[in-house]
Design a protein around this ligand. Structure first.
Ligand SMILES: NC(=O)c1ccc[n+]([C@@H]2O[C@H](COP(=O)([O-])OP(=O)(O)OC[C@H]3O[C@@H](n4cnc5c(N)ncnc54)[C@H](O)[C@@H]3O)[C@@H](O)[C@H]2O)c1
Length: 372
């Protein structure tokens, strides 16, 4: 089902940054409108579409058709799907293509895909000719509620993820929620994990919607899902507008569940746990640590766990070796001067940051979540 839902406001949020502002549009069937929206931004073609080989058909093609209908010619570059494409080598291939196509500085790069395509195409847009206009068309849940907003663009190095990158803001983000219908249940759930996190840290009412409608959201009920994604997007947009370059301590709240979550992904070689699954275990761990510190009450620990379980998300990781995880935690680049900044919940919708978490408590909690 792709037909457009009756238009309520498709404007989910407006992000403000040093260099200006951009709109984040979220709607069911909105991809058909991409061309008009890009033209409204004053962008002229040709547009250089970057997509991956799982997403290009149908979404890259829909984007192409819509742009061309609006009088914007297009060229397409398709990368293999998956994190292994987020490299300098693949970026180099796109640079060469842009040179051959005689791309100019005013031509837009349009990323159609998940976070990998968005981060990579954004990195190319930020650097080719010292910066081309950039449009994000996120197609995965993770990219819609998280990666496409906030201007972080990057590629990976063999030594670690996202080690080379920049802050480079898009001119427009356009998310078509109908695209999520082709995601598997597992990918859908891991994307919802980030949106649940947004509710937990900053919006108690949004969290209540997840409690009330978990099954409808997993069925991707169009109106409800679109509304929840808009609200989640608005939270991310607000936080990144307040703290564009992660210098003011506000953006760190988005890392709730990520200290343990990242370490689970790294300790298992990225692949066994999807990002949102790691975050789900990580949020469970953070809530238990919060309880032991007297910050989070048991009722909240239980509520959070129940919601995560209803989305089929893990709240423990029995197949992960705790010592591997401790090692990965120490290497995480979010550690500052050797101490980890933990995001904890005082209540639903009220997150705080603390550095004062005893190592012994972390170890005890992690051993409770992990290992045989
Ligand atoms: N820039 C940021 O702020 C930020 C934030 C979070 C994550 N990220 C990055 O995002 C990446 C993870 O994002 P992701 O989970 O979207 O990964 P991804 O781009 O690899 O997408 C996951 C898989 O889903 C497929 N897919 C995407 N949309 C689909 C659709 N509508 N239907 C069917 N399949 C679809 C993709 O082809 C891919 O195989 C990581 O590289 C991470 O570092 C960046």
């Amino acid at each position: 089902m792709r037909e457009r839902m009756t238009e309520r406001s498709e404007l989910a949020a407006e992000v403000t940054h040093q260099g200006g502002r951009y709109q984040v549009l979220v709607g069911w069937g909105l991809l058909d409108d991409l061309g008009r929206r890009v033209a409204d931004e004053g962008l002229k073609g040709p547009a250089y579409i970057v997509s991956d080989d799982r997403v290009f058909s149908p979404y890259g093609r829909l984007a192409q058709r819509s742009l061309e209908k609006a009088g914007i010619p297009t060229h397409c570059f398709i990368i293999p799907a998956g994190e292994s494409s987020k490299t300098l080598e693949v970026a180099q291939g796109i640079y060469q293509w842009l040179v051959e196509m005689r791309a100019e500085r005013r031509h837009p790069i349009v990323a159609v895909g998940g976070g990998v395509v968005g981060d990579l195409a954004g990195f190319v847009a930020a650097t080719f000719l010292r910066g081309m206009p950039f449009v994000q068309v996120p197609t995965s849940m993770a990219a819609m509620v998280d990666a496409s907003i906030g201007g972080k663009v990057a590629v990976d190095l063999p030594q670690g993820k996202n080690l080379v990158g920049s802050f480079y803001q898009p001119r427009l983000v356009l998310a078509d929620v109908a695209a999520l219908a082709t995601l598997g249940k597992r990918e859908l759930a891991e994307g919802w994990a980030e949106a649940i996190k947004h509710g937990l840290i900053l919006d108690a009412d949004l969290f209540a919607v997840f409690e009330e409608h978990a099954e409808d959201l997993m069925d991707l009920e169009p109106e409800l899902s679109t509304d929840v994604i808009r609200r989640s997007v608005a939270i991310k947009a607000r936080v990144v507008s307040e703290d564009e370059k992660e210098t003011l301590g506000r953006r760190i709240l988005l890392n709730y569940g990520h200290t343990i979550g990242h370490a689970i992904e790294a300790a298992t070689g990225y692949g066994r746990y999807l990002h949102g699954e790691g975050v789900s275990v990580g949020m469970t761990g953070a809530s238990i640590i919060g309880r032991e510190l007297g910050l989070t009450d048991q009722g909240l620990v239980d509520r959070q766990r129940r919601v995560l379980e209803r989305f089929g998300l893990p709240t423990g990781a029995r197949d992960v070796e705790p010592d591997d995880l401790f090692r990965a935690m120490l290497l995480d680049k979010k550690t500052e001067s050797g101490s980890i900044r933990w995001v904890m919940l005082e209540d639903v919708g009220r997150a705080v940051v603390t550095r004062d978490v005893p190592g012994e408590l972390v170890e005890r909690t992690v051993r409770g979540l992990l290992g045989p």
